[in-house]
Design a protein around this ligand. Structure first.
Ligand code: NAP
Length: 274
């Protein structure tokens, strides 16, 4: 029971396929108590049974991170429920569709600002607002993707947002480190979720990653969940400012071998030619 006695808040569960659900469930299995949030009334009913599964005991709160008053209200609710909390999971991202397709240079300023606000600034705002109720060795976790450090087709605007998010993790880690609070990110491999459905040709990305990752498969929310639980638990008490890849090893591949011969020897081929 690695999370026994720990209390926290999980933002970003849309359904049971969400990465945040994988993390929340892993924490629950290890004894954590938590509250979860929903974006608006449309999602409240959908999330009620999930909150039950996570044993939230009615702690299901609205929080649209673009509304500062909702983040403030969330703090008040958490303070009432728990007094202090030990972990925050920030598993939220959004970019208007036009930022996830077509030519990168066509991105509008409006879309850019929305993506940065929801996907990056929200981490700073949530962390700052909840800091007074964070326990001395609290842990904050967010989610990023390889598209923030390397070009990934169609990831466009979200790639720039993830780059900013990863640096936000490092600056926040230094800032909050003085108070014993840790801030880390998991860079997850591609997983079929609602948010991922907004990215053009996502099914091809899944196939490509499974074919070229060292483990020859795609990562699951269960695997990301367990790694997330580790980063939220005291097992990782010496880890902060880290971008931890949970992607079946895909990020280490400079040039994947496209075929293997009958002896398992790597070969390069393209369009049937080697
Ligand atoms: P998801 O299930 O769709 O979760 C995204 C969550 O963000 C949803 O719960 C969504 O709420 C929430 N959200 C969007 N705008 C919000 C706002 N203004 N206020 C509060 N919540 C808001 O998709 P996911 O794939 O698990 O995404 C979680 C995180 O993992 C994201 O940061 C994503 O970039 C990252 N990630 C995903 C992958 C992948 O391949 N799936 C890989 C690496 C990293 P609603 O659904 O209610 O709109």
């Amino acid at each position: 029971m690695l999370m026994e006695g720990k209390k926290g808040i999980v933002l970003g569960i849309a359904n049971k396929k969400s990465i945040a659900f994988g993390i929340a469930n892993a924490c629950r299995e290890q004894g954590a108590q938590m509250a979860i949030t929903f974006l608006n009334e449309r999602f409240e009913q959908k999330l009620a049974p999930i909150a039950d599964d996570l044993e939230c005991d009615g702690r299901l709160y609205p929080c649209d991170v673009s509304k500062p008053e909702e983040i403030k209200a969330l703090r008040a609710s958490l303070e009432k429920d728990f007094g202090k909390i030990d972990f925050i999971v920030h598993s939220i991202a959004f970019a208007p569709k036009e930022g996830l397709e077509g030519r990168f240079s066509d991105i509008s300023k409006e879309s850019f600002n929305i993506a940065m606000d929801i996907s990056v600034f929200s981490l700073i705002e949530v962390a700052k607002e909840l800091k007074p109720i964070l326990s001395d060795n609290a842990s904050i976790l967010t989610l990023t993707y390889l598209g923030g450090v390397q070009y990934i087709p169609n990831y466009n605007l979200m790639g720039v947002a993830k780059a900013a998010l990863e640096m936000t993790v490092k600056y926040l880690a230094e800032d909050f480190g003085k108070d014993g609070i840790r801030v880390n990110a998991i860079s997850a491999g591609p997983i079929k979720t609602l948010a991922a459905a907004g990215i053009d040709d996502f099914s091809f990305m899944l196939k490509w990653n499974a074919a070229h990752a060292p483990l020859k498969q795609n990562v699951t929310i269960h695997q990301v969940g367990n790694s997330g639980m580790y980063l939220l638990s005291d097992l990782s008490s010496g880890v902060t400012g880290e971008i931890h890849y949970v992607d079946c090893g895909y990020n280490i591949m400079g040039m994947p071998a496209t075929v293997e011969d009958e002896n398992g020897k790597a070969k390069l081929a393209w369009n049937g030619e080697s």
